[in-house]
Design a protein around this ligand. Structure first.
Ligand SMILES: Nc1ncnc2c1ncn2[C@@H]1O[C@H](COP(=O)(O)OP(=O)(O)OP(=O)(O)O)[C@@H](O)[C@H]1O
Ligand SMILES: [Mg+2]
Length: 357
């Protein structure tokens, strides 16, 4: 079924993702050791990961970085060590390194200094076993950018260089932060490693209409075409908003489903914007001014600067404006095409201009 509120688990429930699905499968089965899945919020990254992961043969581990209680290195390493330890026990691999690492040491009680060598020894054993069996070991990390603070990217760079039968698939919605984590920036430990990037995307208008029609048809319903058009007008091509609308519309009226989706979607987006601003209180006014201008119309660099200067009553250096726009783009709050910046998601527009702002 296409409609629902959680990430999908199986390929059959994913609309229009044949290319992305095959790309990810191919990337995993070829020589790539580092694969990045990125895309704007609610465009199906987790669903794509889930669907591909479900079909992979054993020799895999899925980590959702949001599950890790703290963001410090100790919490991150212990979480991953305990997940790997469970994996090794289930595959009966643990006994091979029991001499080197007593099982008492496994899990949360290991001191920070010993975590890196321990993790490395565990992965080395898994990698060797995979190599012997002419197979690969695949680690999926969703919301990977959240591990940046812990320095886990440095460990992944080490693993990339060292373990040739181990592959890592990283996904996340804060695109710029994910890029930084995954080594697009020269300051990042993973910089310079060959990687394959797969992007999830918003549906084109025709696809959005088709998605809704098919989703309703799966549930034995055929709403009026005008309602489907109105839903796409109000929500655009983000799969997450469309599938939420479809889910509500199966049990309530079109108007109420659309209103509820817009309301819930706007709330999610507003929370994201608030989290973004929390880190940037000193420039909050600048960011909000840019966002609300771009929510009204696409603007080129010079126009944004003029607008900002008029609203703030002072000059804005190019370097500052560049930093503002890069940060907004990194978080997927604005997009850039043909030299102009814009907000395309109607729910971001609502969140920055509607009540509550
Ligand atoms: N291609 C698709 N077909 C059907 N439903 C989809 C598709 N892509 C996403 N969805 C639905 O949209 C919602 C968001 O999907 P998902 O959580 O996978 O996206 P995401 O990109 O990981 O989101 P986030 O940015 O919040 O992490 C889910 O309810 C999911 O079922
Ligand atoms: Mg996700």
């Amino acid at each position: 079924m296409y409609f629902g509120v959680g990430p999908k688990e199986h390929k059959k429930d994913l609309y229009g993702f044949d290319r992305e699905y095959s790309e990810l499968c191919e990337a995993i089965s070829s020589q790539n050791r580092l694969i990045i899945v990125k895309g704007l919020r609610r465009t199906g990254k987790t669903s794509l990961l889930n669907a591909v992961y479900a079909n992979l043969p054993p020799g895999k581990l899925f980590i959702d970085a949001r599950e890790i209680s703290g963001k410090g290195s100790s919490e991150v390493y212990s979480h991953i060590i305990s997940r790997l330890s469970a994996y090794m026990q289930s595959r009966n691999i643990l006994r091979n390194i029991a001499g080197a690492i007593s099982s008492v040491e496994l899990g949360v009680k290991v001191s920070v200094q010993r975590q890196t060598p321990l993790l490395s020894a565990m992965l080395s054993e898994i990698d060797t076993q995979a190599g012997r069996a002419k197979k690969t070991f695949c680690i999926f990390i969703d919301e990977a950018q959240m591990l940046k603070q812990s320095g886990f990217d440095a460990f992944l760079a080490f693993a990339y260089d060292r373990f040739k039968n181990t592959k890592t698939v990283l996904a996340g919605s804060e695109i710029g932060l994910l890029d930084e984590f995954a080594g697009e920036s020269s300051r990042s430990p993973l910089y310079g490693r060959v990687k394959k990037t797969i992007a999830t995307r918003k549906f084109e208008r025709m696809e959005s209409l088709d998605f809704l029609r098919r989703g309703f048809s799966q549930a034995g319903k055929k709403p009026a075409e005008a309602q489907i058009e109105a839903a796409v007008d109000g929500l655009d091509g983000t799969a997450g908003w469309l599938s939420m609308y479809g889910f509500y519309a199966l049990s309530e009226s079109h108007a109420s489903a659309l209103a509820k989706t817009r309301q819930e979607g706007t709330k999610i987006v507003r929370e994201e914007i608030n989290a973004f601003m929390e880190q940037r209180r000193v420039a909050e006014r600048q960011y909000l001014t840019i966002l609300s201008a771009l929510a009204t119309e696409p603007l080129a660099w010079g126009k944004i600067r003029n607008y900002l200067e008029i609203r703030l009553g002072k000059a804005v250096p190019d370097s500052r404006l560049f930093a503002y726009l890069s940060a907004l783009e990194s978080y997927g709050l604005i997009e850039k095409r043909d030299g102009r910046y814009f907000v395309s998601d109607p729910l971001i527009k609502e969140a920055v201009s509607g009540p509550g702002r």
